[in-house]
Design a protein around this ligand. Structure first.
Ligand code: OOB
Length: 550
């Protein structure tokens, strides 16, 4: 099942190996190398805890040993939902050592999202946080088990009345015996290492298989572009599971370079500024709204940010004004990062001129990245013209898990992934993101598929039709607006408040809850009969600006 979703041709595989992009190394080797060369280097700072590479390695081996003793085996799948903390990385490497394939859910994912992942993966194992509302009792686990009949093991970080404690399993001396007896063996680096989450534009989110070979290359190449070393002290403030802080170069890049990850609970100035000062942080990664909050924060006057050399910003379009302010007012270098969990990552380079750093979203990180900007007929547009970004390369995936129909649409006939972004390219190969041609809302870096929300609204008896669109927002860039056509002749007229309560009750991640609900008599249609979302975006803009509607 898993192999069938990855489809690099034999020629490409041979070419990537020959060029040195694919080295047939597993991700767990990142840690193994540091244990050999830098065992006492501090890998992770999490609150008062400072963990060396030796500790991280030992804890992940112990956890792998424990899980193996429980019957968890190579090829099994897992759902992991942990906050930014030491245990996130222990679990990541433990599962890599065992060749168990996890999907790392975000902490703000709720029952709908976790059930979708359970449906897609039929996991053997769930590792989550006891403090998450879903795991306070075992009710939700039973619901998960009804979807995933393989599910046999639940470990929770923190005390729980009903599940085993993850942290105890990292320290239990009994594990040491398992450690000695562990049958770790070399795994095939062409195989899937884990699944990334797609931002999605369809009703159900898609899982992105990432192989050891492709992901390892993206980490090495990112470290090279960013010139990281064992002196790098990286503040992980965005959700640890996201591709940006995990591998661009992110925490795995830090571990590859032998530096230190400092865990922040969130990207707010009040969480981050003291950590930067205390641990002399040198790099961090933010989404645009967090960068604006940093600039406008009162705490900035008293904060010591002098160690911070570079702030990376990505996940959504950064305005050139905020870009310039970041450098001027915080005294850092800005690096724009335009990436996607599916693969391709673009960086501005550290020696780029100010115009390039402020006005472009960078260029592909690898010479092997192939980028074609095309029109709706898949024909390349002229240089400098806006078109659809399509891409192919040694670390860009070749198909979502178990989604053959969607995959036909997601790739060009030549196997280029259609990212759904509207971009133009400068003469020197830099990309400028101009917009989007996918049915998605980008709420300050958090992606919401319109169709998923529309399907939930349509399940309400008083809703006849629904369309979800982005509306402009000064801080987040975009927020979510749901246009609702009420069903005629309903005995009880439905109110905005009751629809808002309904959508909150279905169990979606909070960031997907619409910020505004508008009633409309009929959804406008395009000439070919599709819902005219452009007209709806204009309509909500006029309402926001209190202009007369068309
Ligand atoms: C990152 O990954 P995803 O998978 O959450 O989202 C990818 C999408 C892109 O297709 C694009 O629509 C948007 O997010 N995006 C940007 C952007 N970076 C991502 N749009 C404008 N400017 C940017 N700088 O968001 C991601 C993955 C790895 C590194 C950085 C970001």
């Amino acid at each position: 099942m898993l192999k069938s979703c990855i489809d690099w041709s034999m020629e490409e595989r041979a070419q990537y190996r020959q060029a040195g992009y694919w080295t047939d190394e597993e991700l767990s080797l990142i840690l193994e190398r540091q244990v050999r060369d830098n065992a006492n280097g501090v890998a992770i700072i999490d609150g008062a805890r400072e963990k060396t590479y030796a500790c991280l390695d030992k804890a992940s081996t112990q956890l792998a040993g424990y899980l193996h003793a429980q019957g968890v085996r190579a090829g099994d799948t897992a759902i992991v939902q942990l906050p930014n903390c030491y245990e996130f990385y222990v679990v990541f490497f433990a599962l890599q050592k065992l060749a168990v394939l996890p999907v790392n859910a975000l902490m703000n994912h709720n029952q709908i999202e976790l059930l979708q992942y359970a449906d897609a993966l039929n996991p053997t194992l769930v590792i989550a946080d006891a403090k998450h509302p879903l795991f306070g009792t075992n009710d939700f686990t039973q619901t998960l088990q009804a979807k995933a009949n393989n599910l046999r093991h639940v470990l929770l970080k923190g005390p729980s009345s009903w599940a085993r404690n993850l942290v105890e399993k990292l320290h239990a001396s009994a594990c040491i015996n398992h450690h000695a007896a562990l049958p770790f063996r070399k795994h095939n680096a062409d195989h899937v290492a884990f699944f990334q989450l797609s931002g999605g534009s369809t009703g159900t989110p898609k899982l992105i298989p990432r192989t050891h070979n492709d992901y390892f290359y993206s980490i090495r190449q990112s470290v090279d572009v960013c010139q990281w070393s064992s002196n790098t002290r990286y503040l992980c403030a965005l959700p640890a599971a996201h591709n940006f802080p995990l591998s661009s170069p992110g925490a795995l890049g830090v571990f590859y370079a032998g530096g230190t990850v400092v865990c922040a609970p969130d990207p707010s100035p009040s969480s981050c500024f003291p950590l930067i000062a205390q641990h002399r942080v040198t790099w961090t990664a933010l989404v645009p709204p967090a960068a604006t909050l940093w600039l406008d924060s009162k705490e900035r006057c008293h904060a010591d940010l002098s160690s911070l050399a570079v702030i990376q910003v990505g996940g959504a379009k950064l305005s050139a004004t905020v870009a310039a302010r970041l450098e001027d007012e915080l005294g850092v270098l800005l690096q724009q990062v335009f990436g996607m969990a599916e693969g391709l990552v673009n960086y501005t380079r550290l020696d780029d001129d100010a115009w390039t750093r402020h006005h472009t979203q960078g260029r592909p990180m690898s010479e092997a990245d192939r980028v074609q900007i095309v029109d709706e007929h898949n024909q390349p547009v002229a240089l400098g013209e806006t078109g659809l970004l399509t891409t192919k390369g040694p670390y860009t995936f070749r198909g979502y898990l178990n989604a053959p129909v969607h995959n036909l649409l997601a790739f060009t006939p030549e196997g280029f992934y259609r990212s759904g972004d509207l971009v133009k390219q400068t003469a020197s190969g830099y990309l400028i993101v101009e917009g989007r041609d996918k049915d998605q809302i980008n709420k300050g870096g958090e992606k919401v598929a319109a169709e998923e929300l529309e399907n939930h609204f349509l399940a309400h008896p008083a809703v006849h039709d629904c369309a979800v669109v982005a509306m402009p927002d000064t801080l987040l860039g975009e927020r979510i607006c749901a246009f609702i056509v009420k069903r005629e002749h309903e005995a009880e007229p439905v109110s905005r408040a009751s629809l808002a309560r309904f959508i909150r009750s279905v169990g979606l991640a909070n960031y997907k809850i619409p910020d505004r609900i508008e009633f409309i008599d009929v959804l406008p249609k395009t000439k070919v009969g599709k819902v005219d979302k452009k007209a709806l975006r204009e309509h909500i803009k006029r309402l926001l600006n209190r202009l007369p509607t068309a």
